[in-house]
Design a protein around this ligand. Structure first.
Ligand SMILES: [Zn+2]
Length: 505
């Protein structure tokens, strides 16, 4: 059938998908053919890369051995909103055109999403952000199959509720949907690496108090500040925190995979929560994320999602970067600005800050003035420090007694979290670190003795209300680890010891 014989009134449809921030969005591609000057217009507020796709789609269709319709082609993308960009819609546009001229039928491509850029030779190519895109497609519930290039197919194989069909070329895709060749088997779902990389806690020697603080941090989800001179083992401790946390759930594994894929296209993920330790010279964009070409690239705060963000020499980070941590600490997201729009990426991490006690860090021969020390410590602002429940001073190791093995501590952490989860009716399922103040002072107040002790100590030391709330949160975690139903004087006392107010850098 030539284009001239085609009924002009009908519109063909195919489906593609794009990634907005880190959310996938199904895009409907409508193809209309009319008499008039040959050419192709794409409407639906596409950006320049979609306009370039006109030429790629045409070349790919022709080199794949299909006839290009001679009339005027109008392609409508919907929803017609401003975020559509990138080349990942080529494949869907081409399938729409082929559906319009009858090379494939509606039935062939029903409930399928075509994801990929097209090469001029008709090859289907990988697109960035495929995992997040596929997750969005699966959640939308529209499609049952995603056609994608083989490598992309491997990356998205883990997404539940959707069948992945790896195809290397447009021609192969057409043959598959027509049933001329059998559908290629979906790639195997990669298992998350069971243990992943994390340091063994029992490698740490002579630091029982610091290891205890780490255990409390893991059990209650508390942010942690480690203050100590170089060589006191801050990095070694921080690296061991992910191994103490509960393994990632299937959903979390996927979210982490989506972020990594959008960041550098890396696939494999572990069940061990991520650990990110950017250097203080890292750029602001590297830390919080930003736009790279048509895509949003997650920064370290997002790569640490569901894991640990460790800032060694925290006072050396730029003020702007440190202040940007406040939003993720508050609501678990980071906003990144791109041209005209702002996108939110996930960024719920556990923060570990480390710093020296003074600018020179040499406690034995320190000659820093009190003004210099005060200025150094003031680089960590009050609003930031207000979110750090645990602050401990580190000393050089005393003795060689090893800490308990990671496996043992992780089990204690698991039991403590179970206890805290059993209070979900009052906490709304939050970890202890995120219990609201009114609950800490109401339904979850410590025993009368515990309250009296805390009032006395906080009164003498003139703690702020927030400072007292932090101790209350930690006291609950201490109680959960000890298997105690409600914090009393012991737990409050131990929580106070984890506050070490004079030690913060
Ligand atoms: Zn000094």
């Amino acid at each position: 059938m030539t284009a001239a014989e085609l009924p002009l009134s009908t519109v063909a449809e195919a489906y593609g998908a794009v990634c907005v921030g880190l959310s996938g969005q199904v895009v409907q591609v409508q193809v209309h053919l009319s008499n008039g000057l040959p050419g192709m217009t794409i409407v639906g507020l596409p950006d320049t890369s979609i306009n370039e796709s006109r030429d790629r789609v045409r070349a790919a269709v022709v080199t794949s051995g299909f006839a290009w319709p001679t009339g005027r082609i109008t392609v409508g993308l919907s929803p017609a909103f401003e975020h559509k960009r990138g080349s990942g819609l080529d494949f869907a546009v081409a399938m729409g055109v082929l559906a319009r001229v009858g090379d494939v039928t509606d039935r062939h491509i029903d409930r399928a999403v075509f994801l990929g850029e097209l090469g001029l030779d008709g090859s289907v190519r990988d697109v960035p952000g495929a995992v997040a895109t596929a997750l969005g497609v699966a959640r939308a519930g529209h499609a049952t199959r995603i056609f994608a290039a083989p490598r992309t197919a491997e990356q998205i194989a883990r997404v539940p509720g959707i069948r992945v069909v790896p195809v290397a070329s447009l021609r192969e895709a057409v043959q598959v949907v027509r049933g001329a060749v059998p559908e290629p088997a979906p790639p195997p779902v990669p298992d998350p690496i069971p243990d992943g990389e994390f340091g063994e806690l029992s490698d740490v020697q002579g630091q029982p108090f610091a290891c205890w603080a780490l255990e409390v941090a893991a059990a209650g989800g508390h942010h942690l500040l480690l203050s100590g001179s170089p060589g006191s083992g801050k990095t070694m401790l921080a690296q061991r925190l992910p191994g103490l946390l509960p393994p990632l759930t299937d959903d979390q594994v996927l979210e982490v995979a989506a972020i990594r894929d959008a960041s550098d296209g890396a696939g494999g993920v572990s069940r061990v929560p991520p650990f990110c330790a950017p250097h203080h010279t890292a750029s602001h964009v590297a830390m919080v994320g930003g736009a790279v070409g048509a895509y949003s690239r997650p920064g370290q705060v997002s790569l640490a999602h569901h894991g640990v963000l460790f800032l060694d020499e925290a006072p050396e980070f730029s003020r702007m970067t440190l202040e940007c941590l406040r939003q993720p600490l508050e609501d678990g997201t980071i906003s990144i600005a791109r041209a005209a729009v702002s996108e939110r990426l996930p960024a719920r991490f556990q923060l570990v800050l480390a710093g020296n006690p003074c600018p020179c860090g040499d406690t034995a021969h320190c000659q820093c003035t009190s003004v210099e020390i005060r200025r150094y410590r003031a680089r960590l602002s009050r609003p930031l420090l207000d979110r750090i429940d645990l602050r401990i001073g580190l000393h050089p190791p005393r003795g060689a007694r090893p800490a308990d093995p990671t496996r043992t501590v992780r089990e204690r952490v698991r039991r403590a979290r179970e206890r805290s989860a059993s209070r979900h009716e009052v906490t709304g399922g939050r970890l202890n670190a995120r219990i609201p103040p009114q609950v800490l002072r109401g339904a979850l107040a410590p025993t009368a003795d515990g309250v009296a002790l805390l009032e006395r100590v906080s009164g003498e030391a003139r703690w702020s209300r927030r400072g007292t709330d932090r101790v209350l949160r930690v006291a609950w975690t201490v109680a959960d680890l000890a298997g105690v139903d409600r914090p009393g004087t012991d737990e409050v006392q131990r929580a106070i010891a984890l506050r070490a107010p004079g030690q913060s850098p």
